[in-house]
Design a protein around this ligand. Structure first.
Ligand code: ZN
Length: 200
C-alpha cells in the first residue's frame, strides 16, 4: 500500500511534525553514526533530532569503509571529540566539566547494533568515552528495548547537551519528541494502542 510522506520532515503525512519544529542551535555538535537499519525506521528519532538541531551530522554505515568521510572530518576537526558510549572507562557528563564547544559522537541503533559498530570500528576507541548518569527515564513508549533504562538517541542527545550547557533550552527537542510518540500511537490500531497507554 502506498503511503504518503511529508517532503520536509519525511514522516507520514498523518504524523507530519513540521508544525512542531522549533530549531535550536547548541554549541555542542552532534555527529551521529547511524546503523543502516535505523534509517527507514518509522520511529527514527535521529530524523527529528536533525530537524530541531539543523547542524546535526548523520553518517549511515556499519564498517570502517562506510565511515571514511566521518573519519576524514574528525581528523580535520579541532574541537575536543567524545564518544558517547557507556563503558568501564567512560565518565559521566554530569560530573566532568567538559567544554560545551565539542563534538559528541553518538551511535544510533539497538544496543546490539551499536556494539557491533564499535567492534567493527576500533578507531572509535581513540576518543574519550562519556555517558549520562543513571536516572533518566525514557519518554519513548513505542519501541521496546532490551534495557529498561535505555533512552532514544534524541533523548540521550538532549540530556547530554543540557549537561554540557546548563543554559541551553532542550524543551523544543523534548516537546517534538512527545508529539512524535503521540502521533505514532494514534496511527496504530486501537488494540495495539492500548499497550502503549501512558501508565502515569
Ligand atoms: Zn512534515
Amino acid at each position: 500500500m502506498a503511503r504518503h510522506y511529508c517532503s520536509t520532515c519525511r514522516y507520514p503525512l498523518n504524523a507530519c511534525l513540521c508544525a512542531y519544529i522549533q530549531p535550536i542551535y547548541p554549541q555542542t555538535q552532534l555527529w551521529i553514526l547511524q546503523h543502516p537499519s535505523e534509517v527507514e525506521h518509522k520511529k527514527n528519532s535521529v530524523r527529528v533530532l536533525s530537524l530541531v538541531i539543523p547542524n546535526t551530522r548523520v553518517y549511515v554505515g556499519e564498517t570502517q569503509d562506510d565511515f571514511a568521510v566521518l573519519r576524514n572530518e574528525l581528523a580535520r576537526c579541532d574541537k575536543p571529540i567524545y564518544l558517547v558510549y557507556p563503558s568501564q572507562q567512560s565518565v559521566s557528563v554530569e560530573t566532568q566539566a567538559l567544554p560545551a564547544d565539542c563534538v559528541l559522537l553518538l551511535i544510533d541503533g539497538t544496543w546490539r547494533k551499536a556494539f557491533k559498530i564499535l567492534q567493527l570500528n576500533p578507531w572509535l576507541t581513540q576518543y574519550p568515552t562519556v555517558h549520562l548518569a543513571e536516572g533518566y527515564e525514557s519518554r519513548y513508549r513505542i519501541r521496546k528495548s532490551s534495557r529498561s533504562d535505555s533512552l532514544s538517541t534524541l533523548e540521550a542527545s538532549a540530556y547530554m547537551l543540557r549537561a554540557l550547557d546548563a543554559e541551553l533550552d532542550i524543551q523544543p527537542l523534548i516537546e517534538v519528541f512527545d508529539v512524535m510518540v503521540d502521533l505514532r500511537i494514534k496511527a496504530m490500531p486501537p488494540a495495539v494502542q492500548s499497550r502503549y497507554r501512558k501508565s502515569t
